[in-house]
Structures are given as C-alpha cells and as structure tokens.
Design a protein around this ligand. Structure first.
Ligand code: B12
Ligand code: SF4
Length: 445
C-alpha cells in the first residue's frame, strides 16, 4: 500500500489539486494499491492541527504502507514537517517521500530538518513509480545507496545529502493514465467557488518558457502538449464517472500556443460536450477569435495574471508582457462575454509609489467586475529569491521560508501602506469587487 497526502484540507473542499491524482493514476496502472489522503479524519472534538496530524498518522499507520508521499507548498512547510514527524513515530521503517514546489526548490534543507528520506524534484510520476518499484523489490530506508540510481531525487545517505542527475520531464503526456480522481474522493468536493458547479482540475499542456522572476515551476520550461482528443476524452470520462460538469484548467497560460488552444476548444465543440470550464491566461495570448471560441466551448471564467500595470515592473518581473497587451487580452475576453478576474501583485521588483498608482489605474480601466490584489511574497527556487540584488530588490528572511521584499523605492512599511491604499482606492471606485489576499503576514515582524 502506498499512501499519498496533499493538504490535508478541512472540509468543505472545492479546489482539487491534480498532482496526487496524476501520481496515483500512474502507480495504480503499474499495479500498486494506492490511497490518497486529502482530508483529516473526522474529529468533532478538536480543530488543533497538531492533534489532527497525530490522528491522521495513526490512521495511516493502520494501513501499513510501504511508502508515504507528501506534497509540500512553501507556506505549509512547518505543518507538513510536523506530519512527517508523527508518521515517523508510527512508521519507523517506512520511506517518507516529499514532492511538489517546496521539496523541488529546497530539498537539502528540508531533508536536514525533517524526517523525510527523499525529495523528488520536479514532475513526480516517473520518479515516484521507480522508487515504489524498488521498495516493492525490498529496498528501504535503512540503506539508501539504491537511490543513487534513481534520477531526479535528493536523499539522505550515511549522514550526508546526495543528489542524483535530473530526470527529464514526462515526454508523452497522452501516454499517461487518466488521473485517479476516484482516489481523491471527488464525490465529496463542493462546488467550485468561481464556476459555481462541481468541477475537476485539468491540464492540456505542461511546462512554461516564460521565466517570470517570481515563479518556480516543477514542470520546467519545456512545453509538452496533450492532443486535443486526449484532453477531451478525459473531460468526457471524468464527467461521466464523477458527476462533474465543470473543469478548472490549471494550464500555466491558456493560449500560450494559439493553435493548440483553438484545437482543444474545437474538439469540445465537435463532441458537443456540455461543459463549463475556467482557465488562466495573460497578455494578449487570447485574441478575439480565440476568446469567442473558448466562450463557445463553455469557458465562463478566466483568471488573468496581469501582476502590474507598470511596463518597467513587468519588463523586470514578467518579461514578455506589457500592460497594453494585458489590457487588450482582457478586453477581447470581455467582449466575448467571459467573466475575467485580473490578478495583481504589489511589491514586485522595481515597485514604487508611481508603479502602484499605474496598477490601480490599470485595474480601474480594464473593466473587470472583480479583481484580486495580493502583496508579493517571495518563494524559494525563484530567480528573485536567489538573487534579489540583480533585480534591485532586498529580501528579509524570517523563519521557515517566510520572507518579504523591499525595492529601491519602497521599504516594507511603505509597501504595506501602498498596498492598503491600492485596495481601498479600488474599493472606493465602486465599480468592482476587490479581493485582497495576504500570504505575507508574519508573527516575527
Ligand atoms: C490547485 C491548487 C491548489 C488547491 C489544491 C492543492 C493541491 N493539493 O495541489 C488548493 C486550493 C487547496 C491550494 C491551496 C494552497 N496552495 Co495552491 N495551487 C494550486 C494550483 C493552481 C494547481 C496545482 C496543480 O494541481 N498543478 C498540476 C499538478 C499536476 O502539478 P503539481 O501539483 O505541481 O504536482 C506535480 C509535481 O509538483 C510533483 N508532486 C507534487 N506533489 C508531490 C508529492 C510527491 C510525494 C511526489 C513524489 C511528487 C509530487 O508531481 C506532480 C505531478 O507531476 C497551483 C498553481 C500551479 N499552476 O501549479 C497552486 C500552487 C501550487 N499553490 C500554492 C500555494 C502557496 C498554496 C497555499 C499555501 C496557499 C494558502 N496559503 O492557502 C495553499 C496550501 C495548501 C495546503 N493545504 O497544502 C503555490 C505554491 C508555491 C510554492 N512555492 O510552494 C502555487 C504554485 C501557486 C502560486 N504560484 O503561488 N492550491
Ligand atoms: S508565472 Fe506563469 S507565465 Fe510566468 S513563468 Fe510561471 S508559469 Fe510561466
């Protein structure tokens, strides 16, 4: 038995991650028995996550797994490390594997400061399968020299941390099995808050060549596309099997390859699939023709990564896009009748009072009914984290990868003031709903 853990979230859940269903699908296809845990065991007596971790670990120990894999996002590193400690106490001989954004960015540090045995770097399907097969053959955590032959891992070996050569990303996405949604318990996910209906995640391609300085993408830069028929086969299958009528497409940028995006929409239309879906894009990747096509194929909502309304900030942080292009993209989507939610970050390298004002002007001008504004939190593995000075910024580090950024023109205090002002100013304009997200509130500041 292999147990994979994401979250775990407390119900009600509505956004479903695709990482574990992909991993679960590949393991099941190879004959492994797999369980995905994405929620805590019911515990009406407590909300204390340390207690819940302990209960989850005891429950998993009862399954007697040969391997436990856990997804870790940077802001959750303390919680997942605590869960790994509980698991280690119950399962002294079980291989504990970490994967996802954080282990891909900071594997050495994670291994030095946790009970994990192995970090899988980047896309996990082929690497986890190989590890599972070796464990099945009898390899374990007491002697880890066998891991030297597994590409794409960092692992603990005789008191040292060792890294193997990188594994190339999955080349043929069409050959992958359908994600194991049945392991996720898709039945008890609630409606998607933006689409308003029960929906599943979807990827039509992987990889991103864009190189935004604030991004770390385990999929790497090489773009690999699924064939449109393979994408729509999966949509039809998931709708049939899981009583789902919507999809949240997590493609990094829908429309990055215009021909591919058009072909996916055409395939949905050709099969007359009655589906509602949402996606993410940016710049002018979606033009008038594509916007009309995605609307016709059921897309009701697009999250739009603008980030800044200032061209200088964009040139540093998000090369390849200008504010005018973002405006054009949003306009084409809106004209096609699609609900667009632009996302902005205050505090990217180069930010100043002036650039924040431009962002606010952009948000007012773009005609969105709803915008989402956040303060930029730097994450490990990104270009700006690795060398903030190269982008004219300073990063102050706290414990557990908590960090904030200052630019040449804005101190932390001034940045917070500007962000508050931006949020208030947009709310005052009265023309849109404003969501203000903060992932950078720290006790140590
Ligand atoms: C859907 C989603 C969610 C969902 C589901 C989360 C989940 N279980 O995956 C919800 C809404 C719950 C969520 C919440 C959060 N999320 Co989120 N989320 C996403 C989103 C949009 C898509 C994820 C996805 O399914 N990708 C597609 C799959 C195929 O890729 P993947 O998840 O990377 O998985 C692959 C590899 O990473 C690896 N892998 C992943 N896990 C594991 C585990 C093992 C054992 C192995 C071997 C390999 C492995 O193999 C997978 C297959 O190739 C991403 C953005 C993005 N485009 O990736 C953000 C993203 C992952 N989230 C992010 C963050 C910060 C969060 C939150 C911390 C936000 C918050 N404070 O609330 C929480 C934390 C959740 C938690 N409890 O742990 C960040 C992570 C940044 C970072 N450096 O860590 C991202 C990148 C968004 C961003 N750009 O800021 N999220
Ligand atoms: S933020 Fe999006 S567009 Fe930029 S590099 Fe990351 S995935 Fe690509």
């Amino acid at each position: 038995m292999i147990v994979l853990i994401a979250g775990p979230q407390k119900p009600p859940r509505s956004f479903q991650g695709l990482g574990l269903p992909y991993l679960g699908g590949v393991l099941e296809e190879a004959g492994f028995e797999v369980k995905i845990c994405d929620k805590y065991p019911p515990s009406p007596d407590t909300d204390d996550e340390a207690v819940l971790d302990e209960r989850l670990a005891a429950e998993i120990a009862g399954m007697n797994p040969s391997l436990v894999g856990i997804t870790i996002h940077t802001p959750m590193v303390v919680e997942r490390t605590r869960l790994a400690k509980c698991l280690r106490e119950h399962l002294p001989d079980t291989l504990l594997v970490a994967g996802g954004h954080h282990p891909s960015a900071e594997p050495e540090d994670l291994l030095q400061n946790s009970d994990f045995d192995v970090c899988v770097i980047g896309e996990g399907e082929e690497t986890l399968l190989e590890i599972a097969q070796r464990v099945e053959e009898g390899q374990g955590r007491e002697r880890t020299d066998w891991l030297a032959k597994v590409r794409g891992v960092v692992y603990r070996h005789e008191g040292e941390i060792a890294r193997t050569e990188p594994r190339p990303p999955v080349a043929d996405l069409d050959s992958m099995p359908v994600q194991a949604h049945h392991l996720l318990g898709l039945e008890d996910y609630g409606p998607h808050p933006h689409l308003g209906i029960k929906s599943a995640g979807l990827l039509t391609y992987r990889g991103c060549p864009m190189g935004c300085v604030f991004c770390m993408n385990p999929q790497g830069r090489k773009v690999r596309r699924r064939s449109p028929s393979n994408v729509v086969d999966e949509m039809a299958h998931v709708m049939r099997e899981f009583d789902v009528s919507g999809f949240n497409c997590y493609d990094n940028m829908f429309g990055l390859n215009r021909r591919h995006a058009l072909a996916v929409c055409d395939e949905i239309l050709r099969r007359k699939l009655d589906v509602t879906w949402g996606c993410w894009t940016g710049g002018n990747l979606v033009d008038k023709e594509l916007a009309e096509k995605i609307k016709a194929s059921g897309c009701g909502r697009v999250g739009f990564g603008v980030e800044s309304g200032d061209d200088e900030v964009l040139a540093t942080a998000r090369p390849g896009f200008t504010a005018a292009q973002h405006l054009e993209g949003i306009r084409d989507l809106k004209i096609a009748g699609i609900k667009v939610t632009p996302f902005f970050m205050i505090g990217l390298p180069g930010e100043s009072e002036e650039s924040v004002r431009r962002t606010v002007e952009f948000a007012k001008r773009c005609g969105a009914d709803e915008v989402c504004l956040g303060i930029f939190r730097p994450y490990p593995g990104t270009a700006v984290w690795n060398d903030p000075a190269a982008f004219g910024a300073r990063i102050t580090h706290g414990p557990n990868y908590e960090a904030y950024i200052e630019t040449e023109k804005l101190s932390r205090a001034a940045m917070l003031e500007c962000a508050e002002w931006a949020g208030e100013e947009l709310k005052r304009s009265g023309s849109m709903k404003v969501e203000f997200l903060r992932l950078d509130k720290y006790a140590w500041e």
